[in-house]
Write a protein that binds this ligand. Structure first.
Ligand code: GLA
Length: 736
């Protein structure tokens, strides 16, 4: 890891582990993108900015400044001064004029990695001096009296480059920020594909690859959350890039609200990648002397396809983003009562579940929605966080005590950011809901969103959650958020500041979670948003795990978890074994397969264990044993995708290898059985070529056999033909 300034060449070179990111200053003022990729070892690479071609020197040839601006590979493009591609920044002056041009002025390098006030950010862990470095490029728009600092950080153990920008109003009047993205990256690329993640509720983060084409291709959210539908990620891939080969450039946004991620192919075939807060519905008033910081974008380059890209993201998030003390700790196996009982439960029912679960080795009971107010259906009482003692006779402390007496931990569900129209809170404070005066706000799941731009609302919400947590020894919170925003208006923010609501709301969420993890440092926090609508790196900063999807069907989960694991370590992916027929799709899958799929995540159960046949209860005991045995490997290991059901429509297969390559775990799911099928040869990945591995697998004929790593990787392992749809095997390999 290094950051250098080459004075003569006017180049900044950031060297991550094996990649370099090179920035050049053209014509003494324009900050250009030279390279992000393999190390070039060449100091004269600034010629790639093309500033030496005659018409492209704007200070000497003003006539052609526009052709310069519209083709220049910018690091932080601005609006309205000759670059007609989409830009990062557009500012309106207090006189009402739009347009912005930034000129480079100076730079600074800083040891370590500065945080972002009030926002999630990657960091160097305490005691890790020298683990990170940051470059700050200072530039200015003299007309607007606006200073912009572009920040780039690298870590000693990562290939990622982290970017953010800070704007400071140095003038005397307000500036109106209409568009402030975090990063832009311009590349020359012939052909190539765009990869994004998207879907819907219960179908989150499916991978979508399509050819890059002329024009703009964008994924975005202006739902107030990152969303089920789109994910704040994009990658461009060389045409030949696949799982293990080819070049990939990716961006991922460390933010939990509205975003945009765009790839624009222009008239010269150049590709511009852009990422940041969605300008739709956004306007920020920057008063004199004030600063505005953008959330971070993680930029990753991989020269070995998606597999290496995933591992770079996983290591970065485990090493430099997740703060929870549970990061490297075994998570308790939980049982959640949502799919078991929905709203229909009481103390006795919960204890019945806990007793049976505890007997089988499950370690924590999580009480989901329906324990407060008079909430027996999804209408009403959100905001009234008072325990319903009609259901929980003896109160919450009694229930927690009883669960603890069984040797189990207790967890609880909240949806703190919401208010039901039918609630004491709403009747008392209708102006605490986000709404536009005079307009009947849209209800979604019969609820409104609380206006977290109001400090008194943030305090109320915090005390509601913290008060309950202070009342009993609760180990875990599932923090839910079940609707998207509409009618975006705040009775608190003035006329000029309505465009700040979306972002200020997200800052409110961050403040709440920051307070929570500070007051309850040992709390295991799991974020959730109608399943996975706020599964993003921003939330990972507060919670080490996020509920992945409300779809708990093992087969549906294959694509969802594949897309999620493209970016997130398996230790962050909330996954449970649920009852069959599955409540969402009606599919019946073997109990074993449900366990194998959930084990590629945090693992737990979401069913009425008291109603299971004895055989399935026994299978729980076996799965619990497997979990204890393999959890450290799953949590800490390197993830390899071997085959994707999404692509081959037959089977799914992934593998986890410990960092020291001494052990590995392979999971294979046969989705549909084939008539006249035969055994399938699977080539393993990531093993030590020279080492010998002993095989262990419940359904494997080869049990106990020993093979060389090179054989397993270049030759392969035969998975015997299996009878039946949705069957699976898990094979453990250990070096002898
Ligand atoms: C959301 C969550 C579910 C469950 C329900 C409760 O949909 O994703 O897991 O907690 O809310 O209302």
């Amino acid at each position: 890891m290094r950051i250098e300034y080459l004075e003569r060449e006017k180049l900044f070179r950031l060297t991550a582990k094996d990649t370099e990111y090179v920035i050049g200053i053209a014509d003494e003022r324009y900050i250009g993108h030279v390279h992000f990729g393999k190390k070039m070892g060449e100091n004269r690479c600034g010629c790639l900015l093309r500033t030496e071609e005659a018409p492209f020197v704007p200070s000497k040839n003003l006539r052609d400044k526009c052709s310069f601006a519209d083709a220049f590979p910018a690091e932080y493009s601005t609006w309205g001064v000759g670059d007609y591609r989409d830009s990062c920044l557009n500012v309106r002056s207090s006189d009402g004029f739009r347009g912005c041009e930034l000129h480079y002025e100076n730079y600074r390098t800083v040891d370590g990695k500065p945080g972002l006030p009030g926002m999630p950010a990657t960091f160097c862990r305490e005691g890790e001096d020298g683990a990170g470095m940051t470059l700050e490029l200072e530039c200015r728009d003299k007309v607007l009296e606006l200073k912009v600092i572009l920040r780039y950080s690298v870590f000693a153990d990562s290939e990622a480059v982290i970017r953010s920008a800070e704007l400071v109003n140095e003038g005397k009047g307000p500036l109106y920020l209409e568009r402030v993205l975090t990063a832009c990256m311009d590349m020359d690329m012939e052909g190539g594909d765009l990869l994004t993640l998207g879907g819907s509720w219960a179908r989150e983060r499916h991978m979508a690859r399509r050819p890059l084409a002329f024009g703009k291709q964008m994924v975005s959210s202006f739902r107030g959350e990152s969303g089920h539908q789109d994910h704040p990620f994009l990658a461009v891939m060389g045409q030949d890039a696949g799982q293990d080969r080819g070049e990939i450039w990716a961006m991922h946004f460390v933010y939990s609200g509205n975003f945009m991620a765009e790839a624009e192919v222009n008239q010269f075939g150049m590709v511009r990648l852009l990422m940041g807060i969605n300008p739709e519905g956004f306007e920020w008033v920057l008063k004199p002397g004030e600063a505005f910081a953008t959330p971070e974008v993680v930029c990753v380059y991989s020269d070995e396809g998606l597999g290496k890209m995933s591992r770079i993201f996983h290591d970065l998030y485990r090493g430099h983003l997740i703060r929870s003390p549970y990061l490297h700790r075994k998570r308790p196996i939980l049982i959640n009562n949502w799919e078991a009982t929905y709203f229909d439960f009481d103390t006795e029912k919960l204890l019945e579940i806990a007793r049976e679960a505890g007997k089988r080795g499950i370690e924590m009971l999580v009480m989901d929605d329906g324990w407060f107010g008079d909430r027996n259906k999804d209408e009403g009482y959100l905001g009234d966080w008072e325990v319903n003692e009609k259901k929980l006779s003896g109160g919450l402390p009694y229930l927690v005590e009883q669960v603890k007496a069984l040797g189990m931990e207790f967890g609880i569900w909240f949806e703190p950011e919401m208010v039901s129209p039918d609630s004491k809170l709403y009747r008392m404070h209708p102006d605490w809901a986000i709404r536009i005066p005079g307009r009947e706000p849209v209800q979604s799941r019969a609820q409104y969103v609380l206006d977290l731009t109001r400090p008194e609302v943030v305090d109320y919400v915090y005390e509601s959650v913290a008060g309950i947590l202070r009342s009993a020894p609760i180990s875990y919170v599932k923090w839910d958020m079940n609707r998207q925003m509409t009618d975006v208006g705040s009775a608190y923010l003035g006329r000029e500041h309505q465009g700040e609501l979306f972002h200020r709301y997200v800052l409110g969420v961050y403040e709440l979670q920051e307070r929570l993890v500070r007051e309850f440092p040992e709390l295991l926090l799991e974020n959730c948003a109608s399943g996975g609508a706020r599964f993003d790196p921003g939330m990972l900063y507060y919670s080490p795990q996020i509920w992945c999807s409300d779809d708990t069907d093992a087969i549906e989960r294959l694509a969802i978890q594949e897309g999620t694991a493209l970016l997130y370590p398996l230790s962050a992916i909330g996954a449970h074994v649920s009852a069959c027929p599955n409540h969402l799709v009606g599919r019946v899958t073997p109990f074993g397969t449900r366990g194998h799929v959930a084990m590629a995540g945090t693992f737990g159960y979401e069913l009425d264990v008291t109603k299971l046949p004895e055989e399935e209860k026994r299978l729980i005991e076996e799965q619990v044993k497997l979990y204890h045995r393999f959890q450290p490997l799953v949590r800490e290991g390197d993830y390899y995708r071997i085959a994707s059901w999404n692509e081959n429509h037959k089977y799914d297969c992934w593998q986890i290898v410990s960092k020291d390559k001494r052990e590995a775990l392979l999971t294979y799911v046969q989705v549909l059985a084939e008539p006249n099928g035969h055994s399938r040869k699977i080539r393993l990945k990531g093993l030590d070529l020279e080492a010998e591995y002993r095989l262990e697998g419940d359904q494997l004929a080869k049990e106990g056999q020993i093979f060389k790593g090179a054989f397993l990787m270049y030759g392969g392992l035969l998975i015997p033909r299996m009878q039946g749809d949705f069957t699976s095997v898990m094979i453990y390999l250990k070096q002898v």
